[in-house]
Design a protein around this ligand. Structure first.
Ligand SMILES: C[S@@+](CC[C@H](N)C(=O)[O-])C[C@H]1O[C@@H](n2cnc3c(N)ncnc32)[C@H](O)[C@@H]1O
Length: 275
């Protein structure tokens, strides 16, 4: 594996088709989707133009278009954009959504042009450099109309460390200390500490840091949500559990989802903001 294989654009081009299943693979990924759409349903305006930035294969774009929104979908990966177009067309939603290849750091949209902005499932985490990420966050703020809601979810650092521990503690324990210190899972570190075997480069957030970066970009953070919280890293266990057990876990995750510690331990943390 080379450093380029861990480059987010290349990584998401390569795994484009499997990304469509990302939010429907097991009870934990479904919690990410269901908890996110709960907040979308509650805080979105009744109608209007919505941005789905870093929208990947288009699950949220489909959800939004099905509810009557005019959606602009964009993603860095041209393969993800192609799949989103296909999935939307299959569902008869092609006319409601425009899909294009674009980078969060330079969004090709007018200032104050969206009634709501979404950047879900970790696109901002894939902008590892802090200054570049600040630029991308300011771009999300720039294109939102004053007072528009923004929904941003990123990857949690503590769950990322659990991932390294669970899947590759023998081969990759050297990654734990640097990633714990600054959250940066870079190709350079994967080369040094994990023989180059790894996932797309990303930045894992602590909750305080996530909130501070959004405030720096001039968002007002209304609610922070731990999308999987106590169920983080239990995909295998919950996939084998019966429906009643899964329903109990879902109820507990729902009850705890705005608890700040539960946000911090989540695989994905969502911020519901206002521009
Ligand atoms: C885990 S996927 C999430 C996709 C979708 N929002 C979802 O929740 O299923 C992360 C997406 O962010 C995209 N991405 C990464 N860096 C990006 C950037 N700088 N600009 C735009 N999209 C980016 C990737 O191509 C990928 O499709």
């Amino acid at each position: 594996m080379t450093d380029e294989d861990l480059d987010p654009e290349r990584y998401y081009d390569e795994f484009a088709e499997s990304e469509w299943d990302r939010l429907d693979r097991d009870p934990v990924t479904r919690m990410e989707f269901d908890n996110t759409t709960d907040y979308l349903a509650d805080r979105l305006p009744e109608s209007g133009r919505v941005l789905d930035a870093g929208g990947g294969p288009g699950r949220y774009a489909c959800w939004l278009a099905e509810r009557g929104y005019e959606v602009e979908h964009c993603d860095l990966s041209h393969e993800q954009v192609a799949i989103a177009r296909e999935k939307l067309a299959d569902r008869g939603l092609g006319d409601a959504v425009t899909c294009r290849q674009a980078d969060l750091r330079t969004l090709p949209f007018e200032t104050d042009s969206f009634d709501a902005v979404c950047c879900l499932g970790g696109p901002l985490s894939h902008v590892v450099d802090g200054d570049e990420r600040a630029r991308a966050t300011r771009e999300l703020r720039r294109v939102a109309r004053p007072d528009a809601p923004a929904f941003v979810s990123v990857i949690g650092r503590l769950a990322m460390l659990r991932d390294i521990l669970t899947f590759s503690v023998e081969e990759a324990h050297g990654l734990l200390a640097p990633v714990a210190a600054d959250g940066d899972y870079t190709a350079e570190r994967v080369r040094e500490f994990a023989d180059g075997e790894g996932w797309a480069e990303c930045h894992g957030f602590r909750v305080d840091e996530f909130e501070a970066e959004l405030v720096d970009a001039d968002f007002e953070v209304e609610t922070l949500v731990g999308l999987e919280n106590v169920a983080a890293r239990t995909k295998r266990e919950l996939s084998a559990a019966d429906d009643e057990a899964v329903a109990d876990v879902r109820a507990v995750v729902r009850r705890l989802r705005e608890d700040r510690t539960a946000v911090d331990v989540s695989e994905h943390m969502l911020a519901v903001c206002r521009a």
